[in-house]
Design a protein around this ligand. Structure first.
Ligand code: SF4
Length: 254
């Protein structure tokens, strides 16, 4: 595992749980608003959107897998679990092996992913290694390539269906960015979610829909595309207005 960040304790990342967090190095997406640019490919681009990740940015503190596991063992009686974030964790070839080791310590696992690697997700599910899934839902499917540089939308949809079929909690997450998300796009995203998941509802009441849809406000700091640092995020009032607008189609939980 290529690990570029470690936080021993957090109360925020996994609601209701006390968790440690690791950030893996490298991502196969190129979201311009990404605020983890040090973890994502920033140089040696052979073409605009290479399949594989690069790295290593000299600013990163790189952690050895062994030192993380040793520290987790020490704090296993104090924390509930480990959040694996990135970058994109599912492009790490030894993710399954790492998760097995974390589980052996006795910790639960939350995985944050862009959903691009259903084969890896299948392996994690098969070995029952993830207790809570958080997956990005960046924009309407039609704009996905434009926003992320990732073409294989069917793979992302496949990942969502695999996780839903498995039955563990899934939270879809959207970072709301002015210029990428407006009323029209958010309404269209809500409709796409409704359409995708309505067959899973017993009483058509989307307040009880699974997965949950969670929004987070864009932060114009350390963005992959420096131009995005000049974009002013929506105000709380604007976000609330947008949330009310889409709520009847597909509820936003936070
Ligand atoms: S926002 Fe997430 S998926 Fe997009 S480039 Fe950054 S780490 Fe990758």
């Amino acid at each position: 595992m290529k690990i570029g960040g470690y936080l021993p304790t957090s109360l925020i990342e996994w609601p209701g749980k006390l968790s440690a967090i690791i950030w893996t190095i490298g991502c196969n997406f190129r979201c311009p608003f990404c605020h983890n640019k040090d973890l994502v490919k920033i140089s040696k681009l052979k073409n605009q959107f290479p399949d594989k990740y690069q790295v290593l940015n000299s600013k990163l503190q790189v952690f050895k897998q062994k030192e993380i596991l040793t520290d987790l063992k020490k704090r296993k009686d104090w924390i509930d679990g480990l959040v694996i974030s990135g970058g994109e964790p599912t492009i790490q070839s030894n993710l399954v092996d790492f998760c097995v080791r974390v589980k052996k310590i006795g910790l639960e696992i939350m995985l944050e992913t862009n959903g691009s690697q259903p084969e890896m997700i299948k392996k994690l599910i098969k070995n029952n290694l993830v207790d809570f899934w958080a997956m990005d839902f960046k924009t309407v499917w039609e704009n996905y390539f434009q926003v992320t540089g990732f073409k294989k939308i069917a793979e992302i949809k496949k990942s969502i269906n695999l996780i839903l079929a498995f039955g563990k909690p899934l939270e879809l997450r959207t970072t709301i960015v002015p210029g990428i998300h407006d009323e029209k796009i958010l309404l269209a995203m809500a409709r796409e979610l409704r359409e995708s998941f309505k067959s899973r509802l017993t009483n058509n009441d989307l307040r009880f829909a699974k997965p949950k849809w969670k929004w987070q406000n864009f932060q114009p700091k350390n963005t992959l595309d420096p131009a995005f640092e000049k974009i002013k995020p929506y105000s709380e009032g604007q976000i609330k207005k947008l949330k009310n607008l889409v709520f009847d189609i597909f509820p936003v939980v936070e």
